[in-house]
Design a protein. Structure first.
Length: 65
């Protein structure tokens, strides 16, 4: 819990989507597959991290990798 005199970060670094378990795919060739959806969410995450980095150039290079 943040200290009472500190407010939460108004622009926190984006967090990656949870990766589905390998056995989450049913194997029936769904279109889209749960892993396709995950990759789309990862693309959105990567874009969000690039935008966040542009707003926070002081952040360490290892953050968000």
């Amino acid at each position: 819990m943040p200290a009472p005199d500190r407010l939460p970060d108004p622009d926190p670094m984006p967090q990656p989507p949870p990766q589905p378990d390998l056995d989450a795919c049913c194997g029936n060739g769904c279109d889209p597959c749960i892993f396709d959806l995950y990759e789309l969410e990862m693309d959105k995450y990567r874009q969000a991290v690039r935008a966040w980095r542009a707003r926070h150039p002081e952040a360490p290079a290892s953050a968000g990798r």
